[in-house]
Design a protein around this ligand. Structure first.
Ligand code: C2E
Ligand code: MG
Ligand code: MG
Length: 765
């Protein structure tokens, strides 16, 4: 028996059948039971019964016939959407035409199974249940993220209070107010010890309406048996305490009964320190719906450490602005504080530690994420990254946010070996292995890093950070994921600035050129079209790949002008081929998100394409990335509709890695999905990639889109794609991207017939 996706609590699967034929209903249930499902079912035949059934008990799955006497499947679907939106809905019918089936999918049905092909029922149900289970998990995660977001907002509010307010007691009172009002804590209190009397005085509190005198002082014992309160114990020991359940916590809690009566369920209490001595404690508590977890505890530690830092300055009456040391968005140290900490470490460490490593790393596509989803999402991503880093490097003194998408960390190591660096880089990379869930989107953040070590790469904090940054810049230019600093890199940095300068002249001096890579129609084995790929004939370094210079073009603000050149050149090549009498071919051009967001991009594209627009055999198509269409993209969608009306086909590039939902894509003016080469590369052995590829192909077809597999390198990959019904294939198996003249020869030679002919034929057979 196969493994199954079970309902949430392990109880039997509840199925609601909308079916007038008793025997069909029983047959369906028999099939599910045969496949190993333990299920209960209820059968209804009209709308009144259906609504009553949904209100009495939510099912895990709805199976519905398409036409019943006095009721119909589409109305049942509408009722299900309204009354039970999260429950998967599958049509099980003898009479559903393809058009109606697509209509049904568009209206929110998960699948449809023909009664004439009942074998599909079990896989369809299994897929629907899997998707529902996934949705449940991600909703749970979203709730957790929402809670942590509130705490982060509180952290950032407290940080700005620390800048604005210079009176110690006012800072403490404001902190508690923010914890209660913004962080959502039921109670919050801050107390400081008077070292001469060993009495602690509450200096800020919120949510304590149930206590007659919250300002009352309390003693701090000097041994465990003398503890009379949790806050006192934390000041005594200097150790944070997490108490998940006030009722059952074994340690001492002052006023436990009153807290329980006030609805406080879990508590966290953290020490505040000055010069490593505990001087106070910060207590906060949540109500019944939330238990404070480890992630949240890390954020609270951050609050406590920032308050401690503030106390240090406020106590010394120092006018220094606290926040000039911290990045308000993430609460991490800025460069100045990081370097100060690093200097201290160097002073302490030189005797005992042979080596200190400073890693500076940068989120590769932050500007694309900002462009595509808006700054707000970019900012939230940075906060999530900071959270993740704090979880990986519990000592936040090791971390810094240097600005933008750039972070730093420091590590002390005893070994003098390259392997160590790789481990630290690995630590950082592991923190980025999972995607980040930001405002309901899964965002994959890639990083590049540069490393500098004491004593080889510098003796002073500033020097080490600068050299790690130089290594990072070099890593970005060379495409490496991480690089260790070399002396030459300081001159590399100068070289990079020069490179940007040279790219400015590359356009004027005609150093850019296009290579073309064929795409093959799998059904006929013929060349369907080609993709134009930009190359730079760099006079110093020869032919250079876009991975190297596209980011530089972007940072130098040259993307729009270069994109316009690519369009004009592709159109002009296309016209030249038509004049030469070559077999007709369409040319796809890549359009970057910033280009797509330009005002009047549709006008510019149409002008460049000129008379080629509207010719179905010849012409220009475009490839855009998923990211460009997320967030507020109404102006882009408008531009795409104009282009499509002019006969330009629109493909989503690198599909599957990103952010879109297929449901949303079906509403957009899109003709083709290009399956990312990451997935093609893992075919046919990796099950997840296989499922993803088949699903993309199946659903694309349901929405009248075609599919192109990118990066096809082997015959087995091609065989798999042909079997799954993929429409087109692009990759080294057929041809690498070719210079224009070579492509022309190739077109003349094959007369647009198949390449790798025998491969394709055997695949089709
Ligand atoms: P893309 O649009 O996804 O282009 C496909 C990339 O995959 C190309 O890399 C191509 O050479 C490579 N490729 C094709 N077949 C295979 C294969 O079988 N195996 C492997 N490993 N790779 C394969 P290339 O030319 O380096 O371009 C990289 C990216 O740069 C493109 O990805 C595209 O996003 C961007 N790009 C290229 N030209 C332009 C342009 O004119 N404008 C803009 N905005 N972006 C461009
Ligand atoms: Mg492309
Ligand atoms: Mg691609």
């Amino acid at each position: 028996m196969d493994t199954h996706t079970d309902p949430p609590s392990g109880r039997p699967l509840r199925v609601l059948l909308i079916e007038d034929s008793q025997s069909d209903a029983e047959l369906a249930m028999w099939r599910l039971k045969q496949a190993g499902y333990v299920c209960t079912f209820r059968c209804v035949v009209n709308e009144i019964e259906m609504r009553a059934a949904l209100r009495a008990e939510l099912p895990d799955l709805i199976l519905s016939d398409f036409s019943l006497p006095g009721f119909d499947g589409m109305s049942a679907l509408a009722v299900a959407r309204a009354e039970a939106p999260g429950v998967p809905f599958i049509f099980l019918s003898g009479t559903i035409g393809e058009e109606r089936a697509i209509e049904a999918l568009k209206c929110g049905a998960i699948d449809y199974v023909l009664k004439s092909n009942p074998k599909r029922l079990v896989p369809a149900v299994e897929r629907a249940l899997q998707e529902a289970a996934l949705r449940r998990t991600s909703q749970l995660a979203e709730r957790q993220v929402a809670r942590l977001t509130r705490v982060l907002q509180m952290l950032s509010g407290i940080n700005s209070a620390l800048v604005r307010i210079h009176n110690r007691d006012e800072v403490m009172a404001e902190t508690c107010r923010l914890a209660h009002g913004v962080g959502g804590y039921t109670i919050a209190m801050l107390a400081l010890i008077d070292p001469t009397t060993r009495m602690a005085r509450p200096v800020g509190w919120a949510g304590y309406e149930f206590l007659p005198r919250p300002e009352q002082e309390f003693p701090v014992a000097d041994h465990e048996a003398g503890d009379t309160s949790l806050m006192g114990r934390v000041i005594r020991t200097g150790e944070a305490v997490l108490c998940p359940d006030v009722g059952s916590f074994p340690g001492v809690i002052h006023g436990r009964d009153k807290l329980i009566a006030a609805g406080v369920r879990s508590l966290a209490c953290l020490p505040l320190r000055v010069d490593n001595t505990p001087v106070g404690s910060f207590l906060c508590g949540t109500g019944a719906s939330a238990v404070i977890g480890q992630d949240e505890m890390l954020l609270l530690e951050e609050v406590a450490s920032n308050l401690s830092f503030a106390l240090q300055y406020l106590d010394k009456q120092d006018a220094l602005h606290f926040l000039s040391y911290f990045e308000p968005l993430t609460g991490l140290a800025k460069r100045a504080l990081f370097c100060e900490r690093l200097s201290r470490l160097l002073m302490r460490g030189t005797g005992t530690l042979p080596r200190l490593e400073v890693t500076v790393f940068d989120i590769t596509h932050l500007s694309v994420i900002n462009d595509s989803f808006g700054r707000h999402t970019g900012d939230r991503l940075l906060q999530c990254v900071a959270d993740r880093l704090k979880a990986h490097f519990p000592d936040t003194e090791q971390l810094a946010h240097l600005g933008g998408g750039t972070f730093a960390c420091v590590n002390a190591s005893r070994e003098h070996a390259d392997a160590e660096i790789r481990t630290l880089h690995g630590d950082v990379a592991r923190a980025f292995a999972r995607p980040f869930s930001v405002d309901g989107r899964e965002i994959v953040a890639e990083i590049k890093s540069g490393v500098a070590c004491y004593p080889d790469d510098g003796h002073e904090a500033n020097e080490l950070v600068q050299n790690a940054e130089a290594a990072l810049k070099e890593a970005k230019t060379s495409g490496e994921r991480y690089l260790h600093h070399r002396i030459e890199m300081n001159s590399e940095l100068a070289r990079r600035v020069g490179l940007e300068q040279r790219l400015r002249t590359a356009l004027d001096e005609g150093q850019f050129l296009l290579h073309y890579q064929p795409k093959i129609t799998l059904h006929t084995g013929r060349i369907a079209s080609v993709e134009a790929l930009l190359r730079w004939q760099d006079p110093e370094n020869g032919l250079t790949s876009p991975a190297v210079f596209l980011p530089l073009l972007e940072s130098a603000g040259l993307m729009a002008a270069t994109g316009a050149w690519v369009l004009r050149q592709a159109a002009s090549d296309c016209r030249a081929w038509r004049c030469k009498g070559l077999p007709p071919i369409r040319v796809a051009v890549n359009i970057s998100p910033p280009e797509l967001r330009q005002r009047n991009i549709a006008g510019e594209i149409l002008e460049a394409i000129g008379d080629l627009a509207g010719d179905p055999a010849w012409g220009i198509d475009i490839e855009i990335t998923e990211g460009a269409l997320s967030g507020d993209s109404s102006s882009c969608v408008h531009a795409l509709r104009l282009l499509r009306a002019a006969g330009i086909r629109i493909a989503i590039d690198d599909f599957g890695t990103g952010f879109s939902s297929l449901g949303r894509l079906s509403e957009l003016p899109i003709d083709t999905l290009k399956i990312d080469r990451v997935f093609t590369g893992r075919l046919p052995l990796d099950r997840r990639s296989c499922t993803l590829v088949s699903t993309i192909i199946g659903l694309a077809h349901a929405f009248d889109m075609t599919t192109v597999a990118e990066g096809v390198e082997t015959q087995v990959q091609l065989d798999y794609l042909v079997r799954e019904g993929c429409d087109e294939s692009q990759g080294y198996l057929h041809s690498r991207p070719l210079p224009r003249a070579e492509l022309e020869n190739w077109l003349v030679g094959v007369g647009s017939a198949a390449t790798g002919g025998s491969d394709l034929r055997s695949a089709r057979a």
